[in-house]
Design a binder for this molecule. Structure first.
Ligand SMILES: Nc1ncnc2c1ncn2[C@@H]1O[C@H](COP(=O)(O)OP(=O)(O)O)[C@@H](O)[C@H]1O
Ligand SMILES: [Mg+2]
Length: 307
């Protein structure tokens, strides 16, 4: 749909919802809402709670811009609802969304396609935590819920006791826990817009760990843009990010997170609804490619469709 056609439609920016990343989603959603309103679109913000279908009907929404993060929004469920209601929506479809939100399934798919990702073990709710501690051969490891974001429930464990505690913390968020080899090295993220990689950002958190606070507090993290990597590595990483998006089946905007050990790349995960807050990475990367925030939002909106 062209921008002029889109301006004649009623657009809903779906935000908030009930996930642990609700606050971040509200920030993303409000930034998108303001940008679209200022650009002349007929747009309304919708808090995606249990009454979402009723709100979509009452507000006569014709196109949905999904600004939800985490479960119940980034995971294919809202995409499925919109599909059933025949309301075109931005970003990835049901399968890619569900798949990417699950870090374990993502990693299994990456391995199938020979895309490197850190080695891992799994802990399932109800299992004996001693077993996973016993299996762990070397430290540190990173413990994270399979289906969470914003570094919520993530621990770096340097010893068996910390691992046990990390599993206990993470199980509050999900019943499947990933225990991953810790990659000590540089961290990067590659935004991909409609299949093409944008400039790479290197992330340097002051605290040494890119946790929730480092992600969303201004000044807590340095962002090197473009990342100062050898040209071949830079190019290879962009190609790998595009390949990740292809195999997962992402549409619109996505962001692929990497760790580097020397020049060895490890893909951590893919985000199908990257944050678009003031400190977010996708808008920074787009900006470095000459795409300002309003333009970025419109490019994503133009891709809205039924799958
Ligand atoms: N295997 C790993 N080795 C080193 N650091 C990691 C590893 N996995 C995650 N991290 C760190 O934890 C952060 C969050 O992990 P990530 O897998 O991207 O989950 P999410 O962003 O969904 O919370 C990363 O940005 C990175 O700083
Ligand atoms: Mg991440």
């Amino acid at each position: 749909m062209t921008r002029d056609e889109l301006k004649k439609r009623r657009i809903g920016v779906l935000m908030g919802g009930g996930s642990a990343e609700r606050e971040i989603s509200l920030r993303t959603g409000n930034a998108v809402l303001v940008a679209l309103a200022n650009a002349g679109y007929n747009v309304v913000g919708i808090d995606a709670n249990v009454d979402l279908p009723v709100q979509l009907i009452n507000e006569q929404i014709e196109i949905a811009f999904i600004a939800l993060h985490g479960r119940g929004g980034e995971d294919g469920s809202v995409q499925g609802l919109l599909q059933v209601m025949q309301i075109p929506y931005s970003g990835s479809g049901i399968l890619a969304s569900a798949l990417a939100l699950d870090k374990v399934v993502t990693k299994e798919l990456l391995l199938f396609h020979d895309i490197p990702t850190p080695k891992f073990d799994l802990y399932r709710h109800g299992e004996d935590p001693d077993e996973v501690v016993r299996r762990c051969q070397s430290f540190p490891v990173i413990v994270k819920p399979a289906r969470e974001g914003s570094t919520i429930g993530v621990t770096i464990a340097y010893d068996p006791e910390k691992l046990r505690k990390g599993v206990q913390d993470a199980i509050e968020y999900d019943d499947l826990i990933l225990i991953e080899e810790f990659i000590s090295g540089r961290e990067t993220t590659v935004s991909v817009l409609n299949g093409s990689a944008l400039p790479i950002i290197e992330i340097v958190p002051t605290s040494g760990f890119y946790d929730y606070e480092s992600k969303y507090t201004a000044g807590q993290t340095a962002y090197l843009l473009p990342a100062d990597l050898p040209p071949k590595l830079y190019h290879d990483m962009q190609i790998m990010a595009q390949k990740v998006c292809t195999v997962v089946g992402c549409r619109g905007a996505a962001r692929v997170d990497f760790m580097l050990r020397g020049d060895e790349m490890f893909c951590l995960e893919v985000n199908t609804i990257p944050g678009m807050t003031a400190t977010s990475l996708l808008p920074k990367a787009a900006n470095a490619a000459g795409i300002d925030f309003t333009e970025l939002v419109q490019i994503i909106l133009e891709g809205a469709s039924l799958r």
